[in-house]
Each structure stands twice: as C-alpha cells, then as structure tokens.
Write a protein that binds this ligand. Structure first.
Ligand code: FA5
Length: 372
C-alpha cells in the first residue's frame, strides 16, 4: 500500500536555491571586515594584558590594519584614496574603541577594589582585655608576700590519700575532728593505695614535703580544696587555701605571730584589725585561728551574713607543728620546732574587694567579675 505524506511525497525534488550572483570583495570590504573582527575581539579582552595583545595584533607595526595601510602604495590611485580613507577612519574608530574599553576596564577594577577594600580610617573594634579572677589575684598576692619573706612555693595533689589528708596529721578514723572535714571520696585505687578523697585542706603537703626534705624548711602551698559543705555566705564546697610551713631550730610562737601579722599588714593595710585566738587542730600544739574585723557591718549586727554579729571573720587556722608530726618525719623534735598555717583565699579576697557573699566568686556572672 502506498504511504501517505501530508506534505506531499518525500521524493519530490527540493526547491531551487536563488540564482548565484558572484560578488567581488573589494579592499574597502576588507577594511570593514578587519574592523568588525577587531571590535569583536576587543569586547572579549578582559584585562590590560589582553588589551595590549589586541593593540599589537590590530594596530601594531605588523598589525592587520597597519598591514592594509602599508599596502596602500600598491593600489591604483583612485582606489588608494578610497581605501586609505576607510582604513584611516577604521584606525581612528578602533583607537577610540580601545581607549573606551581601557577606561571601562579601569573603572570596573577601581570599583571592585573599593568594594573589597579595608577602610583604614574606620576606628578599630576594641579588643576586650581579659583579667585574672579576683580569687586568683588574691592567691598570687598571698603567695608573693610569703615568697618575699623567704618561703618557697610548692604544689601538691588535689586527689589525696586518706593517709596524708587525715591519718598522718593525727586525725585517725573515728576521730571527732574528721567531722570538720567531710569530703568527696574517690572509689578507686592508685598504685594499689586507697581510699582516695578530694583533699579537704592543703595541710597534707606539710607531711609530703617533710618526708622528702630536711630542715630548715620554709614553704608556701597554694591549691584547691573540697568539702562536703552546706554552702552559705562564707562557705563554699570548693575553696582555695594557702598553706604555710616553717621548720627550723628555735622557731617559736612569736615567729608565727610576727609572720602572720606582717602578712595581714601587707595584705589588708594597717587599718584592718586582726585578732588571734585559741583554736584546735590535731596537727598543731598550741593551735590558733586568725580573724579580721567584719567589713560588712559595724561588728554587732546579728543579721550580718558575714560575721553574724560576732564582729570577726575567720580567715585561717595556724599553730606550732605538733612534735609527734616532726618525729614522724624523722626530725629531732628537741632540736627542731615549726609553725604552720592554712588560710582561705576566698575569705581573704572578700574583705579585700568588699564582697559579702563567697558564692558570688564561682557563679561566673561576668557582670560581677568585670568589676574587679
Ligand atoms: C584547716 O583547713 C587547717 N588545715 C588549717 C591549719 C593549717 C591549721 C595549718 C593549723 C595549721 P579550717 O578548716 O579552719 O582549717 O580551714 C582553714 C581556712 O579555710 C578557714 O579559716 C577559712 O578561711 C577557710 N575555709 C574553711 N572552710 C571553708 C569553706 N567551706 N568555704 C570557704 N573557706 C573555707
């Protein structure tokens, strides 16, 4: 069956092309062609180097347009004028186009440079200066005062053995003094030794240092301590202490008193009153504590959160090193005597900065901390 085609049979001959009329390419046409091509190439030139290459190729000594101008001499006189005119016009037009393209590229480059540039006249953003925490500053100041008196700073472990924190400080298990220092226990062994705890005071370093050194000893031991404590305005569960230990021939209570008085004078200034009274710590004999006059009330306000009307705030415990402790360290207690003290750094920072609640120090509220 013959196929049906809607537009007729595909076998029909194609329509005839229009009759061919040959056209002579003249030298003027050649100039026009060179100019057209040159303009097209100029549009594609995107930087100074491309523009220079373009200029050499078109307008340079061996450039396409220059070639035409050079060839004028070989043309018949009539044609020479016509082609010469066209070529010169093309040259002027291309030179102008080159200049315009150069201007446009430079303007675009300037615009991009100002858009991305740093404005060096703008005032800089101020860099926030960090500073040390008031408790750290107080700790450093305390340590420095004692270093100036000839004490050497040493540090000890925060996770301590029961043996050093209690036993060897004459606080055996079931001793009522342990009630003063309830703490956090660590359920692990280290080097086969336990039980471990977070140290409640820096006093264990007295023992650790004495078992490794011979007198004379003068050390100052800063460090963190931990207590299972109901917190209030003067008690935190983490506190920092600075321990003091001096062992030598002929040291007496007068040396302890003089050292602590001088410390208080340098730390608080001469206007702050300091009081020393009897106290009890199993590792000293006699034992004392040091207090400063209340800085939060006139000294007799029972509602005062700092002194509760007592007028005094305890800042440290101290005393003469117990002879049994000297003997346990291998020292002759007839020849050597010593004094020791353990002070609360936050309790010293509080009067120094007029802070009436110890808990403010560790709440990390920058509005509070930035004041110091
Ligand atoms: C002791 O820790 C003894 N090791 C001090 C000592 C050392 C006595 C050497 C004799 C010889 P006490 O528990 O009182 O003592 O603490 C000493 C100081 O630490 C206190 O005077 C107080 O300033 C500070 N302190 C104690 N408990 C806290 C707490 N919960 N929060 C803040 N500071 C505290």
């Amino acid at each position: 069956m013959p196929l049906w085609f809607p537009q007729g049979s595909p076998n029909l001959p194609p329509p005839k092309p229009p009759p061919y009329t040959p056209r002579m390419t003249t030298a003027v046409d050649q100039v026009a062609e060179v100019e057209r091509e040159a303009r097209e190439a100029l549009e594609g030139a995107a930087d100074e180097a491309a523009l220079e290459a373009w200029r050499t190729r078109v307008l340079g000594r061996s450039g396409t347009l220059t070639g035409i101008l050079r060839g004028l001499g070989g043309l018949p006189a009539e044609e020479r004028r016509e082609v010469g005119q066209a070529a010169n016009l093309a040259k002027q037009a291309l030179e102008a186009a080159l200049e315009a393209r150069q201007d446009a590229l430079r303007a675009a480059a300037r615009e991009a440079a100002t858009r991305d540039a740093i404005d060096v006249t703008l005032p800089g953003r101020p860099v926030r200066r960090g500073r040390l925490h008031p408790v750290t500053r107080t700790l450093q100041e305390i340590t420095r005062i004692f270093e100036r008196m000839g004490f050497q700073a040493v540090e000890g472990p925060e996770v301590e053995l029961d043996e050093y924190n209690f036993e060897r400080l004459r606080i055996p298990e079931h001793h009522p003094a342990r009630d003063m220092w309830d703490t956090f226990w660590v359920d692990e062994e280290v080097d086969g030794r336990q039980p471990l705890l977070l140290r409640t005071h820096t006093s264990p370093m007295q023992i650790r240092f004495m078992e490794q050194h011979e007198p004379p000893i003068r050390i100052v031991v800063p460090g963190r301590c931990y207590r299972y404590e109901a917190t209030d305005a003067t008690h935190e569960w983490m506190l920092q202490q600075v321990e003091l230990l001096a062992v030598d021939e002929g040291l007496s209570m007068a040396d302890l008193k003089g050292t602590l008085q001088e410390f208080a004078r340098q730390m608080f200034g001469p206007q702050r009153r300091v009081m020393m009274r009897n106290s009890y710590f199993p590792f000293v004999e006699p034992g004392v504590e040091l207090a400063v006059d209340c800085y939060a009330c006139p000294g007799n306000d029972p509602t005062c959160s700092v002194c509760r009307g007592a007028g005094w705030v305890e800042i440290m415990g101290a005393g003469m090193v117990h002879p049994e402790i000297l003997e346990a360290a291998g020292y002759d207690s007839d020849r050597y005597t010593g004094f020791a003290a353990g002070m609360g750094v936050e309790r010293i920072a509080m009067p120094r900065y007029g802070v009436e609640d110890i808990r403010l120090f560790y709440q990390n509220d920058l509005r509070f901390l930035r004041q110091f």
